[in-house]
Design a protein around this ligand. Sequence first.
Ligand code: TRP
Length: 449
Amino acid sequence: MAASGSAIGLGNIWRFPFYVSDNGGAAFVFLYLVFVIIIGLPYMMAEFALGRHMHKNGVGAIAGIKPGSVWKVAGLLGIATGIGILSYYGVIAGWTFGYVFKTALTEIDTGFIAQAFGGPTEFGKFASNAGLVIPLFFLFMLITTVVVYFGVEGGIEKWSKILMPILLVLLVGLIIYSNTLEGSSEGLKFYLLPDFSEVTGGTVLAALSQAFFSLSLGMGLMITYGSYLSKREDILESTLFIGGFDSMIALMSGLIIFPALYALGATSAGGAELVFVVFPEIFAKIPGGAIVGTIFFVLLSVAALTSTISLLEVPTAYLVDEFKMNRKSIVWFVSLFIFIVGLPSALSAGASDFLTNFGLFPEYLVKDRDFLSQFGFIFGDLSLSLGALLISIFIGWIWGAGNASDELEIGSKNFKKFRKIWIFMIRFFIPIVVFLILLNIFNVFDFVF
Ligand code: TRP
């Protein structure tokens, strides 16, 4: 339950369509799904197995298997990645939370709120207002910290278990609505009919990293969550469930966004703002859309919260376990630090020209120039993929794929049948393919995968 809560979040509804639109559409969707199946899921099982075997967080589990070795770096990279991701994820979560009020109140209020937040479908005015997005970011970090401080993550997850089916129903309704709009079929084509001629090394890495990001993989988080699993739990089955559910939500989000995007003629929208433009456009058209929209952004905020909790958990658990620090006081420092790291991201959607047109990476790797997207590429794309590369080598070769398989067999009805293939995947296939994809951001290969 906690792992699904962590996996399902803004990655599915905000990041997935944003990456699809930046990376040429259906070919990206296809690659993403292939990577989820052949890399994401077998790799997730490896993280779970190590965690359950060692009863420790990522760094601790690695150090427990190979004390005093350089492999600890793989765990530490995960800590840095968690801090990096949360710093900009929290900004987007703040936008999401702000959109609850923007959607609910701008219809009623034409004064102060409308002034600050902009009209219901107006994005730029909202996101470039530093006096608004920074407090919202702060507020979201505060809520996350309070939940972790009081240790009530379990309660939030129970709530989200009740709320997620509502989100699902809402998404189904919106898919139907969006696809009955005139001109929507062009969007569906962009989303579902692949054109592989446009695929570059950057596209392939983006699809791989989307698989890792969406499943919360590559930074050892699922090692920590695995450590809470009992030996009766069937890891193979849980992994398939989490993966299936996670991809389904992402695919559904695309089925709403792209038909609506083309039908409503907002095709110029792209980048991180995509869903914050298209969803409100839809809500503006539906009768009673302000209510539907408000509910939607509340549910999305809850989904984001179960993910931010897991992201804050990683550096916090590390400091507590490793340096015996007091959990209750350290969590405030960690989260304040992350908030400060996130400030440039918060200012990069129009508030600061410099940060909005930040640049850094070539355009074929990151299409959007803003600081948040550039920074997101380092931590959400490069760093997660590198982390998964290191951790898969560690599990396949240092701990040993045989030991990992023995762990996976415990409590599992069907794993035996897949044991040989899983060992091949974790030792050879995953590290080699991830390595080649990382290498190919320099466009070393002319061919595409
Ligand atoms: N998977 C989450 C999402 O899709 C984001 C997330 C939470 C994450 N924890 C993570 C991503 C750990 C990578 C690693 O929104």
